[in-house]
Design a protein around this ligand. Structure first.
Ligand code: F6P
Length: 367
């Protein structure tokens, strides 16, 4: 399809929310409306809006004054995979899953959407990749505080989450020092340790535990004891929700059966805290940062990145470059096929320069 054939586009935000979504919506919608005069339709609550046919026409006023707002004005859902949609629930809460792809295809045709800008992480891109097979045209924009999307060095939302987690770690630092405790701060990130690694380094954590480097509990305890012997009467441990002991399992908080990625991790900090107190007799406390990391206003860097991503997506629509994801590589905005990032995760390489930096600074990685 060429530029001249486009009349109407949709915008969808999918998966977990994160700071900067509104900045992207604004950038895409304003550019398209002002430069091209195409209609822009907001799809409500991610793929749920396409399944239920819930869309609304966006005007300039709808996308003005939202740059600094957290969350997404369109709403989102991380449970609306069209190939596994919960059409109803059994009495015990088990979802009855059905493939409702044909409904989505029907609604896109009925609304005459020529292309959809899909803003999301790997789960959302996997859903989009499936729909590309059914003839729906997408341009993808990478979002997630986990920073775990393949083919892009950075996703918007990540830098704000790093700052939020760093602020929390700084606050924990003072209370750890006053009470001479081991304080364990658990961060999100699923199976990727980017958020914990960055916030851990930024806040000067003493121990950083990430999913990519399984930890040895004895080594973690040794690090705490060594610090108290050196007269440092407290230890800060930054731990990813996906961290696990060598030969052990991740701690699962819950299973969301109708989600593209059903496993929700959480609770490893509490397990660690109990074990460390038991083995070292040093008092310990766990703090799970949780959804605080996804909330709030985007930092300036995320607003800029989100705006650049939005403009890149608008350029791709203009050129008729569909089914590709905007990426950021070596300081340049680029793009790659959405299919290449579907169902994949970009993990921290064990020899990443930040891992080596942490080791050089005497930080324990628990191995
Ligand atoms: O992918 C973003 C993320 O916040 C992960 O870091 C976390 O594991 C998950 O989503 C939490 O999902 P939910 O909002 O469904 O609890």
């Amino acid at each position: 399809m060429s530029k001249s054939e486009i009349k109407r586009i949709g915008i969808l935000t999918g998966g977990g929310d994160c700071p900067g979504l509104n900045a992207v919506i604004r950038a895409v919608a304003k550019t398209i409306m002002l430069d091209e005069g195409w209609e822009v339709w907001g799809i409500e609550d991610g793929f749920l809006g396409l399944i239920r046919n819930r869309l609304r026409r966006l005007e300039i006023e709808d996308v003005s004054n939202i740059l600094q707002l957290g969350g997404t004005v369109l709403g989102t859902s991380n449970k609306a995979d069209p190939t596994r949609f919960a059409v109803r629930y059994e009495d015990d809460g088990t979802p009855v899953l059905q493939d409702v792809t044909s409904r989505v295809v029907e609604h896109v045709a009925e609304r005459a959407l020529d292309a959809i800008v899909v803003i999301g992480g790997d789960g959302t891109m996997s859903c989009a990749a499936g729909l590309i097979e059914h003839g729906i045209r997408f341009v993808g924009i990478p979002k997630t505080i986990d920073n775990d999307l393949m083919q892009t060095e950075i996703t918007f939302g990540f830098m704000t989450a790093v700052q939020t987690a760093t602020d929390a770690l700084d606050r924990i630092h003072t209370t750890a020092s006053s009470h001479h405790r081991v304080m364990i701060v658990e961060m999100m990130g699923r199976n990727a340790g980017w958020l914990t690694l960055h916030a851990g380094i930024a806040s000067g954590a003493d121990v950083i535990l990430i999913p990519e480097i399984p930890f040895d509990l004895d080594k973690v305890c040794d690090a705490c004891v060594r610090r108290s012997k050196r007269g440092k009467a407290f230890t800060i441990i930054a731990v990813s929700e996906g961290a696990k002991p060598i030969g052990g399992e991740q701690v699962v908080d819950r299973v969301v059966h109708d989600s593209p990625d059903p496993i929700r991790l959480g609770g490893v900090s509490e397990v660690l805290s109990a074990e460390i107190s038991k083995r070292t007799h040093i008092e310990s406390r766990a703090t799970i940062l949780g959804h605080i990391q996804r909330g709030g206003t985007p930092c300036a860097a995320d607003r800029v990145l989100a705006t650049e991503f939005g403009l890149a997506a608008a350029r791709m629509l203009r050129k008729g470059k569909f089914d590709r994801l905007v990426t950021y590589e070596n300081g340049l905005i680029n793009d790659c096929p959405i299919a290449e990032v579907a169902n994949q995760q970009r993990l921290v390489p064990p020899k990443h320069r930040l891992i080596m930096a942490a080791r050089s600074l005497g930080v324990s990685l628990g191995d």
